[in-house]
Structures are given as C-alpha cells and as structure tokens.
Design a protein around this ligand. Structure first.
Ligand code: PLP
Length: 426
C-alpha cells in the first residue's frame, strides 16, 4: 500500500484548486504592533507590516495584558495541571468566568480552550439536551458552528444569510411544540456585515425559540464596555447564549459562552469537549481577564480603531481600489480569482513588505476571492498611505479591475439552492 502517495494525492488536489495553504513565518515584536519579522523559505529575516491580524486592537501586546501573563506565570507557574474536574480549575480561570458573565450581563459564563471548541461544544450539547430539537442556522455561519450543528445530530434548517423572511418561513413550517435553536453571528468576518439581531430575537420570541449568537468578531470592539454588537445595541438580554473568543479583540486565547446558570451548568456537565481536556493555564486566564477588564472602561482603543478603519476605507476607495463597503471594521478588497489573489498577496510581501493573507474558496465563494484588510488603532496614517501605494502598484502590475465592489458579496454570490457553503473562517 502506498500510504504516502494517498496523502500526496490529497495535497495535489488542493494545489490544483489553488486551495493549498501556505503559512507565513512571523515573529511579532511586542511594543511595535503591527510590525513583525518575516522569514522566507531560506530563513532570511526582514521587517514587515501585518494588515490582516485578528488581534484587532493590538491587545495581545498591551502592557497590562503581557504584564498579567508574566506576573501570573511567575506566581502560579506555566500549566493548569489538569482538566477542570481534576485539579485544573485555577483561581484566575474562576475570575475570568466572572468577568465574562459580567461583560455580557448574564448569570454565568464558561471558558473553553478556543472559540472553535466553544461553538462546537455548546451548540451540539444544547441542541442534544432538547428532545426533538430543530436548529435554524444562518447560511454563512462559521465552520465551528456548522460543526456543532452536525455534531448534535439534530435536524437542521439553513436560512439564507441574514434573511428574516426566510427564517420566518422556516420557523412557521415547524410544529410549535418542538424545541428550536436559532444560531447566527453578529459580525460576519468575511463580508463584515451585521445580523438583524433584534428582528431575529423578535422571531425567536414569536415562535418560542432559543437564540445563540457568535460575537467572536465583535467582543472587545463594539459597545460601551466591549460586549459586542449586543452590547452596542442593548440587545444582550434578548439573546439566550452569547459566544465569544478571547483570541481576537481580546488578543490572547480561549473561547467562552455566557448564558443563564442552567444552560451554562448543563454544558459544563455534558459537553465532552469541555470535560475531557486540560483547563486553560492561569497566566493565560489572567491576561485575558486583564484585557477584558481594561476594555470595559477604556474607549481609547475602540475610538482609535474606528478612526483608522474609516481612514483606510476612504483612502483605498479614493485610489479606485475595489473596497467592499461594510458597516464594520473589516475592509474586504475584492480580487475575484484565486490565482490572482495569491499573486497579489505574494507581491505585497515580496516587494512592499506588507502581509495580507489571500482569502480563497472555500472560505469565500469562488469569484469573490479577496484580500481581507483589518486596520487596527496601531496602524498609523503613514502606514495607510504606504498600503495604498503598494496596492495601487500591485493592482497595476496584475492588471486587476478597479471598479467598486458591491456590499455583502458572499451572500449575493450564492444561489438560493446553494445553502451549504463550507465556510472555514480561516
Ligand atoms: C475565529 C472564529 C471562531 C473561533 O475562535 P477561535 O478562538 O479562534 O477558535 C469562531 N467563530 C468565528 C465566527 C470565527 O471567526
């Protein structure tokens, strides 16, 4: 048996479809965000600017956050030493969960090793515990939510992206007595569009459904206290389960849900993804909590973020680059072809010392391949001008189109029959 050949064939298939992923070897420089040292294939090092980080506010390098991590590691050591049940429940983790429950004004919160795991564990467990449950899932939900839906083994209905009328139609076709779970995101990370949260909550109330929102791309960034879009729009009390990550806006690592005590306790007690894995280390928990607590009161990072996002959108649009208009911090630049998207990314890195990873199928539909730009408060005005010059040069060299891109392109590219785009979000 040629076992090796099997794997090589599988990789070749990806290469042929231009889906083979290449990772950039980066060394972030604490205090110089968003600058980093990049090493090429021959290990030659040079400094570059990252324009696609999900450390949206640069909190991963904030003094308070790094300080909390160092101090806690010094005092409590490196690892947690066990699962939550077997001596791993450390004091900073308990405090982190309290901080998260307070952030979303929920009774309780539960921390997981990642946002991916929190979605998979929470959605599958919650759905499984409701007899004969039916799940209503937005068409563009993240791979981790899709995984949770599948893992539950329960019946599912996929509604067209952000389409309230379609959701109503699907809800009304189901027996009123059946338990229902509506799962969706607040900010969708590829098109940067926002769900009609209030209308979904209204429908949930009308049809007696439980609501589950993924606020991964919004926590830390939106709302008076960084509680996400549900905080900004005062809707947290209308959503049953809020899920988030500690890895993006908060700059560290881990995931969580916040909900009422019974739901959280049930997931804690039934989800194997939570039970049978080692707890997050104390230093990491302390760092995440420092980040969350800082962003509950400080408006500086959020204001700076929005200012630089706005400026980036304006400057790139004025240069005639195909910026997709969004209401959020995500600035998608449409290329529309997998090979050219990769080529644009390579040129930016090789010639201009700018790193923006190409986003191709299956993360986005074919024909909407893009560079997903995420400005942070630490990207200076000069860096934005530099980015503009670099992109204009790359666009000219590759003869890429300069017309304006329509908003929410991903959903519009999908036909109504095509309700199962295998999104990966990464
Ligand atoms: C990144 C992401 C996750 C997973 O979060 P991690 O903490 O990185 O595992 C979940 N949902 C969405 C929408 C994401 O983009």
């Amino acid at each position: 048996m040629d076992y090796r050949g099997i794997f090589e064939d599988a990789l070749d298939a990806l290469r042929q479809e231009k889906r083979y992923r290449v990772f950039a070897d980066l060394e972030r420089i604490a205090g110089k965000f968003p600058r980093a040292v990049y090493r090429d294939d021959s290990d030659n090092a040079r400094e570059i600017t990252i324009w696609c980080s999900n450390d949206y506010l640069g909190m991963g390098q904030h003094d308070k956050v790094v300080g909390a991590m160092q101090e806690t590691a010094g005092k409590l050591g490196a690892g947690a030493g066990g699962t939550r049940n077997i001596s791993g429940t450390n004091r900073p983790l308990v405090e982190l969960e309290r901080s998260l429950a307070d952030l979303h004004r929920k009774e309780s919160a539960l921390v997981f090793t990642s946002g991916f795991v929190s979605n998979e564990a929470a959605i599958s467990t919650i759905a499984r515990l409701m007899p004969d449950c039916i799940i209503f899932s937005d068409q563009l939900n993240h791979a981790s939510m899709i995984q949770g839906v599948r893992q539950s083994g329960m019946e599912k209905k996929i509604f067209r992206h952000n389409d309230i009328a379609h959701l109503r139609e699907l809800l009304s076709a189901v027996d009123r007595k059946r338990p229902k779970l509506i799962a969706f995101e607040s900010v969708y990370s590829m098109d940067g569009d926002v769900a009609p949260i209030e209308q979904i909550a209204d429908l949930a109330e009308e049809f007696g459904a439980l609501t589950y929102i993924d606020e991964v791309h919004a926590v830390g960034l939106y709302g008076e206290r960084g509680g996400g879009i549900t905080d900004r729009d005062a809707l947290a009390h209308r959503i049953d389960i809020i899920e988030g990550t500690l890895a993006k806006g908060f700059g560290v690592m881990g995931g969580y849900i916040a909900a009422n005590k019974s739901i959280v306790d049930a997931v804690r007690s039934y989800a194997p993804e939570f039970i049978f894995t080692t707890a997050l280390p104390p230093a990491l928990c302390a760092a995440a909590r420092a980040s969350i607590e800082h962003l509950k009161t400080s408006q500086e990072e959020r204001a700076g973020h929005m200012r630089q996002v706005q400026l980036t959108k304006e400057i790139l649009s004025e240069a005639g680059l195909p910026v997709m208009s969004t209401d959020t911090h995500i600035v998608p630049l449409i290329v529309g072809d997998a090979r050219l998207c990769k080529a644009a990314s390579d040129l930016l890195l090789e010639k201009h010392n700018i790193y923006i990873q190409p986003i191709n199928y299956p993360t986005v539909p074919k024909g909407t391949e893009r560079l997903r730009i995420t400005p942070t408060p630490m990207h200076t005005d000069e860096m934005i001008i530099e980015l503009r010059h670099a992109l204009v040069s790359v666009w000219a060299q590759l003869e890429l189109p300069r017309e304006r891109a329509p908003a929410a392109l991903t959903a519009s590219k999908l036909t109504s029959g095509d309700l199962t785009l295998p999104t990966t979000g990464g």
